[in-house]
Design a protein. Structure first.
Length: 134
């Protein structure tokens, strides 16, 4: 009985394990043209120095796009462009990651190979929050 009591006391006194870090709040940006629709999901709050995972869903009228990759460009406040491919991860679903190095206005262009469609998404990136003094 004494052994059970020691084990029970240890179990009760162990600190709780920290919960898994929460996923950042997300926001959706919906856009459409005459023949193509897009939903972009990205973090609701973007800060300088942050690498953001971005997901895209694209439809040609009501049919999912089946291209293996979509060309993306990101323009920073100084006018510098970064270009890369968003890779297909599901039928009509694409993803990419981009590190927003500086605060200010950024422009993401999603170049869809249907009717030469380009979606432009304006984003404001906030300055990085300084950590506590050491």
């Amino acid at each position: 009985i004494a052994l059970c009591a020691v084990v029970a006391l240890r179990w009760m006194r162990e600190p709780a394990r920290p919960a898994a870090p929460e996923q950042p709040e997300q926001r959706d940006v919906m856009m459409g043209s005459e023949n193509v629709s897009m939903r972009m999901r990205l973090p609701a709050r973007l800060t300088a120095g942050m690498a953001a995972a971005v997901e895209l869903e694209l439809w040609n009228e009501s049919t999912p796009l089946t291209d293996e990759e979509i060309v993306i460009t990101v323009q920073d406040p100084a006018g510098k462009f970064a270009g890369f491919d968003a890779k297909a991860k599901t039928l009509s679903g694409y993803s990419f990651s981009h590190k927003f190095e500086v605060a200010g206005h950024h422009l993401i262009q999603v170049n869809v190979p249907v009717d030469d469609t380009t979606f432009e998404v304006d984003l404001d990136v906030l300055p990085a929050v300084a950590g506590p003094p050491r």
